[in-house]
Structure formats: C-alpha cells, structure tokens
Ligand binder design. Structure first.
Ligand code: 5RP
Length: 234
C-alpha cells in the first residue's frame, strides 16, 4: 500500500464526525480510508456509510463499517472518494473502477465531498486519463457516435473510444448497474463543464466520469504528509 494513499486517507478522517452518514467511494484509496475508518469505529466513532459499489460494501463490512441503504437516510453529510484526475478547479475524472454512476449519485446528494488522491492524479488539464462513460448496451453504436460528436464539438483533442473489457477477457465489463463502459481517449478536455453538459444530453449515456462542481476538498497524499486544499463555494 502506498504511503501517499495512507496519508491522504488519514487526513480525510479529520472531516468525519460522530453521527454522520457518509458516502463511501470506490477504488484503492477509498479502501485505505475504509480500513482507517473501521479502526476509528472500533474506538467508539458512530457513523454509517452508503457504499458506491459492491466491492466497497464488502470492504466496509470486513472493516466493521455499518452500512445503510441510500433510500433510508434523510441526508448525507460527507462523501469521501478517490479520483483518476483532478484539475486546479477541482473538476475530476472518475470511473477508473467503473463505479461512476453510483459515485456521482451519492456525491451529488452529499453536503460535502472530500477527494483523496496521491500527487500523480493532479493535472493542469483533464483528459490524459481516458474518460469513462457509462452507457446502456441497447443501441450502443448509435450512442458511441453521438459521444464522439459531443467530445469533438466541445473541444476535446481526441475522441477515440473503446469498450471496456473484463480483466479476464471474457467480454465487456458490466457495471453494478448493468451497463457498459466506453473509455474515451480525449487527451485534453479544455472545457470540462461544456463536455459534461453535452454528454448528459445523450439518451444512451447513463452517466459520465466528469465530476464538475462536486468536490469541496482535495487531499493530496505525499510520502511524508498530506496537503489539504479547500474550495470556498459561493
Ligand atoms: C472508481 C473511481 C476511483 O475513485 C478512481 O478510479 C481512483 O481509484 P484509485 O484510488 O484506485 O486510484 O472513480 O470508479
């Protein structure tokens, strides 16, 4: 486990208070956070969590983090999640772990989102990491054509798209929600808000991995400390 992820996860615990309902993100950094959160719960912290993937639910249970169904809570105070890229405006690319739909539903419903990353995720312009786009399998070729057009029209440098496969090569990866993932190699996404808006207009797009105006705090883990950056929203 990298020390940078560990330091980011530890710093995120400072934002957690007893009584909170937490959105629990997915990915390796979010899993380190779950381990540390489990230790605090064993020490008396009282929180409940909403997992954003089956894998996160499993890791949370292994670490003694109580879970709750999203439809059983009145509010979610805080979501803690990782990211694949973060730009200076706190816009994110997420979905490397194929959990972007549930991650966005929960982040959007949360009062605050804290993102934990290592320094390798910080970029000037989003797009070097292929943008994950979750699509309905029905009519996927038609949807892919519209995605290509939206990406190019919104100024992306490239829009070459591949259907994500399962790691064992046995076919397309299927998300927890029963959809496929198209990964678009944009290279540069100069206007992420425009790109996000255009992708959201395409009926076959269930969700895309651009998280705009959702992150409030970015915690960058380094080998010997963590840097906490907070965005003051109007
Ligand atoms: C999953 C995600 C993850 O947060 C993202 O892929 C980062 O993962 P990791 O912490 O393993 O680098 O968006 O859908």
């Amino acid at each position: 486990m990298s020390q940078a992820k560990e330091n980011a996860a530890m710093a995120a615990l400072d934002f957690v208070e007893s009584g909170m309902t937490l959105g629990l993100g997915s990915g390796s950094t979010a899993e380190v956070f779950l381990e540390r959160l489990g230790e605090r719960i064993a020490g008396g912290l009282k929180v409940q969590g909403i997992p954003t993937s089956q894998r996160t639910a499993d890791v949370a249970e292994e670490n003694g983090v109580p879970l709750v169904e999203p439809d059983k809570v009145e509010s979610i105070q805080l979501t803690i999640d990782g990211a694949d890229e973060v730009d200076p405006q706190f816009s994110l690319i997420k979905g490397g772990g194929a959990c972007l739909l549930r991650e966005k539903i929960i982040a959007h419903a949360s009062e605050r989102m804290v993102v934990i990353v290592d320094a390798s995720k910080m970029v000037e312009t989003l797009g070097e990491f292929a943008l994950p786009i979750e699509v309905d399998p029905f009519g996927m070729a038609l949807t892919a054509e519209q995605i290509y057009a939206a990406l190019m029209q919104s100024g992306c440098e490239n829009a070459q798209t591949v259907l994500r496969q399962k790691k064992d090569g046995s076919g397309p990866l299927v998300t927890d929600g029963g959809h496929y993932i198209l990964d678009s190699r944009c290279k540069k996404i100069p206007k992420p808000a425009d790109t996000a808006h255009m992708l959201s207009q395409i009926p076959g797009v269930m969700e895309h991995g651009l998280f705009i105006d959702l992150a409030d705090v970015i915690i960058i883990g380094e080998t010997d400390h963590a840097k906490v950056m907070e965005l003051a929203r109007e």
